[in-house]
Design a protein around this ligand. Structure first.
Ligand code: FES
Length: 404
C-alpha cells in the first residue's frame, strides 16, 4: 500500500467517526419501545393462558349444557384469542387434589371471538370425573383458566379440498357446528356435508341450533345417522364407507373425523376402505382415550396391574403408582402432579416426555409421535400406558407453572 493511499484511508476513518457522532447527536432521544407490535399480536393470538368467566349457562337437556364464556378482565384477559373453526381450548382444572386438563371444541363461530365470546357445549359422561365436576360446579360468574385455541381440525386451503365431509359422533359434532356457523356467516368458503352418528333421536346434540344454520346457507348439509332408532328421514345404522359414498360429493373432498373413541375407531376403518389419497383425512378424538385392553396388540399379561412410576423433572423426583389401564398422564394427574398436556389424544406433543426406563404401550390410533421420537425413547404421556415399572423425565422446571 502506498503512503498516499494510507493517508486517504486514515482521513476517511476520521470523517467516518465525525459522521457517526453527528448522526448520534441528531438521533431521537425517545427510548426504544419495550414491546413490538408483532409480539403483541402474537401474544393476542397465542396467549399462554386465557382467564375466562361464565357469562351464561344454556341447558339443552339434563345431560347437555352450553357455557357462554367471556374474558375475565380482572384476571388480566382483556380479549379472547381468535381461532379457526374446528379448534378447541383446553381447560385447566383443580378437582380435589388433582390438576387436570380437558380439551373442548369451541362450538361458536370464530366471528364471535371478535365479540369476546366463546361457546362450548358439554355432554355429561356417566360417572365422568371431569364432566361431573363441571355440571356440579360451573355457574354464571365461575372463573375458568384455559389454553389458547389449538388443534388441526380446521379448513386450510393449502392442505384441504373445498368439499369437506365431516364424520361426527356424540359431542364430536361441536367442531362441525362451528365450521357450519362460519360458512353461514361468510367467514369460511367451503361446502360441508356432515354425517352425524347418534344412538337415538333424543341423543342428537344441538338439533334446533343446527336447523337455524341450515336455513341460512345451502353450503352445509347434515345427515343424521341413528344406530338404534329407525325413523323416516334419518339414516339407520352406522357411518359406513357405503354411506359416506352415498352422500359425499362427486368432486374431490377431504374427510374430517371427530367423535368418541369407539365410534372414531369404527369410522377410521371405514374411511380406509375409500382409499383416499394421503393427506385427505384429518381426525381428532373427542375426549380421552379410555383403556387400551381392547387393542389386539396389547400384551395380555400386563392387564390389571399396578406399576411404579418415577417422575423426574430437572430438580424433583416423585414415585407414584400407575394402573395399567390408565395413561401415564392420568396417573400423574391423580397423584396431584401438574403435568403438561393439551389435546390428551396423542396429537399435539405438549406432553412429550423422555422414557428413562421401563416399557409403555402406545395404541396405534393415538400414537402421534414423530418416528425419531419413537426411536429415541420419547413418549406422549397421554397416549402411553405402563406395561412395566417406568421412569420418565417431564421437561418442565416447575410443573405447577402450568396452572398459574
Ligand atoms: S397432550 Fe397432546 S400429545 Fe399428549
Amino acid at each position: 500500500m502506498s503512503d498516499l493511499t494510507l493517508q486517504q484511508d486514515l482521513q476517511g476513518l476520521k470523517s467516518l467517526k465525525n459522521e457517526r457522532n453527528a448522526a448520534i447527536d441528531a438521533a431521537s432521544t425517545r427510548p426504544l419501545p419495550k414491546t413490538f407490535p408483532v409480539n403483541e399480536l402474537a401474544s393476542k393470538l397465542h396467549p399462554e393462558s386465557q382467564f375466562l368467566k361464565i357469562k351464561q349457562v344454556i341447558e339443552h337437556s339434563a345431560d347437555e349444557r352450553s357455557f357462554v364464556l367471556e374474558p375475565d378482565t380482572e384476571k388480566g384477559t382483556q380479549h379472547l384469542a381468535y381461532f379457526r373453526a374446528g379448534q378447541y381450548i383446553s381447560f385447566r382444572l383443580k378437582i380435589g387434589n388433582s390438576y387436570v386438563t380437558r380439551p373442548y371444541a369451541i362450538r361458536s363461530a370464530p366471528a364471535d371471538a371478535l365479540k369476546d365470546q366463546y361457546i362450548i357445549t358439554i355432554k355429561r359422561v356417566k360417572n365422568g370425573f371431569v364432566t361431573s365436576f363441571i355440571f356440579d360446579n360451573w355457574a354464571v360468574g365461575t372463573p375458568i383458566e384455559a389454553s389458547a385455541p389449538a388443534g388441526n381440525l380446521y379448513f386450510e386451503p393449502l392442505r384441504d379440498q373445498k368439499n369437506i365431509v365431516g364424520l361426527a359422533g356424540g359431542s364430536g359434532i361441536t367442531p362441525f357446528y362451528s365450521l357450519a356457523s362460519a360458512i353461514a356467516d361468510g367467514t369460511e368458503h367451503v361446502n360441508l356435508t356432515i354425517l352425524y352418528g347418534s344412538r337415538q333421536h333424543d341423543h342428537i346434540l344441538l338439533a334446533p341450533e343446527f336447523s337455524k344454520i341450515l336455513s341460512k346457507t345451502n353450503d352445509v348439509k347434515l345427515i343424521n345417522v341413528l344406530s338404534d332408532d329407525d325413523i323416516d328421514g334419518f339414516e339407520h345404522g352406522f357411518i359406513t364407507a357405503e354411506l359416506i359414498q352415498k352422500y359425499a360429493p362427486k368432486t374431490p373432498y377431504s374427510i374430517f373425523i371427530c367423535g368418541p373413541e369407539a365410534m372414531y375407531e369404527f369410522m377410521d376403518k371405514e374411511v380406509k376402505k375409500l382409499n383416499l389419497p394421503a393427506g385427505r383425512i384429518r381426525h381428532e378424538l373427542s375426549g380421552n382415550y379410555g383403556s387400551p385392553y381392547h387393542e389386539t396388540d396389547y400384551p395380555a399379561d400386563s392387564r390389571d396391574k399396578v406399576y411404579q412410576l418415577t417422575v423426574k423433572t430437572r430438580d424433583h423426583e416423585q414415585i407414584i403408582s400407575a394402573q395399567s389401564n390408565e395413561s401415564i398422564l392420568v396417573a400423574m394427574e391423580r397423584a396431584g402432579i401438574t403435568a403438561p398436556s393439551l389435546c390428551r389424544s396423542g396429537e399435539c406433543g405438549v406432553c412429550r416426555s423422555r422414557l428413562i426406563s421401563g416399557k409403555v404401550f402406545s395404541p396405534e390410533i393415538i400414537d402421534g409421535r414423530r418416528v425419531a421420537d419413537s426411536e429415541y425413547g420419547y413418549i406422549h404421556t397421554c397416549a402411553s400406558f405402563p406395561i412395566s415399572d417406568v421412569a420418565i423425565e417431564v421437561p418442565v422446571h416447575d410443573l405447577a407453572d402450568q396452572f398459574g
